[in-house]
Design a protein around this ligand. Sequence first.
Ligand code: PEP
Ligand code: MG
Length: 593
Amino acid sequence: GRQGKGIQEAKFVGVPGSPGAAVGTAVVMLPPADLDVVPDKTITDITAELGLFKTAIEGVRADMRALSAKLANQLRPEERALFDVYLMMLDDASLGSEITTVIKTGQWAQGALRQVVTEHVNRFELMDDAYLRERASDVKDLGRRLLAYLQEERQQTLVYPDNTILISEELTPAMLGEVPEGKLVGLVSVLGSGNSHVAILARAMGIPTVMGLVDLPYSKVDGIQMIVDGYHGEVYTNPSDVLRKQFAEVVEEEKQLSLGLDALRDLPCVTLDGHRMPLWVNTGLLADVARAQKRGAEGVGLYRTEVPFMINQRFPSEKEQLAIYREQLSAFHPQPVTMRSLDIGGDKSLSYFPIKEDNPFLGWRGIRVTLDHPEIFLVQTRAMLKASEGLNNLRILLPMISGTHELEEALHLIHRAWGEVRDEGTDVPMPPIGVMIEIPAAVYQTKELARQVDFLSVGSNDLTQYLLAVDRNNPRVADLYDYLHPAVLQALQNVVRDAHAEGKPVSICGEMAGDPAAAVLLMAMGFDSLSMNATNLPKVKWMLRQINLSKAKELLAELMTIDNPQVIHSSLQLALKNLGLARMINPASAKTL
Ligand code: PEP
Ligand code: MG
């Protein structure tokens, strides 16, 4: 129903790519040259044509290196490797040689380029795997860049406004580097998802991003004012003054907050009545490490190991994994680092390990995949154990466990890997092992699972989707996705009760833990630690330092008697307001009000 509203004040709904809000000016990055309309043309001077093509390749190569260097201090080498992929594709052995071959048949360089690129793009676009389809955009981007050189009309240098919101039909990693540092405040891509390379990079760089904004008439929005709401995956074009002001306040508040909150860095997270609440971080990219340390995290509650796997072009070897894990473990040492075993499937796929299913979230995911492929699990566990040698701050966490049989199988494999690395001379103790509670079946088996492990961690993102039968990635049912739903709160409270009955600590690492208002309730339930993204950590700390545990428990008891989610939301907001704590209420938790 949004079509036709054009560029008037309108709201467009996509999917969240990277959290945060931004108000700024839209800069549309059009493809610099249109490959599709290049005609065929026969040439006689093949040598001259090959020379032209070589110059174009060198130009693009130099551009790529410059972009990569520009992003050097923002991305880890592994993330920058995306640019190496581009460079590799230009190699003589790859795209480059195919194009050269066509030129040698008498086709001009532009025509040869169109032919080869189109073939590759078509092949990639036919693939079922979302990650592989993303490769098509990389090839297209390269093709456009080469064409621009061949047509000697490289993208004229744009003048970027101070608060640039970069928009493209298909944002690519390379485009991120085009905007001078400090000017880029938001990103919008018409195509792609939160899985796209560009979204992964945007999160690492902390730039609010909306992906998959398919209804946006992007070619008409250049220069207009725009709001990017990366929390909810929404964009407002030509926002009213009221709305602009509202979001400008959110942005300014975020800025002031993070400045003001810097002061909290070295203070403990302790309530007014002296209750200590350890705050941990979720990580995945190297950029997270620096941010976590700046914000006073006490450990890593969830290291999503699939992130380095997703960035790679093939399964990383044991040695490569060891190096990546070692980096995490030593960065946080002596604080504990909780490494989750590979959690692919669902919406997280690897280009080199495609999984095609009708119901991926109810399918071959997480531990199900790695138990079917013990070689993957063993290599990963061995790498983790070896990486921890001399540091001994590793904890291993198992995702998507639905019952004790899976846990026992995984524990068996971990012990086997431990025996192997010790036989090979690695001196490392058995790390604490934990299980994620994120499938409803696990909620009802908390005690049985707890008996066999050292700790538990609730994955409220998945637990919410499975309890409420609401696909966490489907924008159509996003309003029904609610971690403050009474059923979710009941489940969480039961998990804490049962874990503690077995004398085991229980943490929570879903997005909910980073919502300051929800964190009050989680603390009251008795969670032993909260793990969240580094951005939200200071806000949660601020909130918990302003409240009494006894007050939080009263509030929880009151909310647990309410059966209507809306009333739970409004009662929570009201109670925090009455305590003078409204300032830190997260836009995400205020959303359903
Ligand atoms: C969760 O499900 O809550 C969780 C922390 O894991 P992920 O979001 O990676 O599925
Ligand atoms: Mg999960």
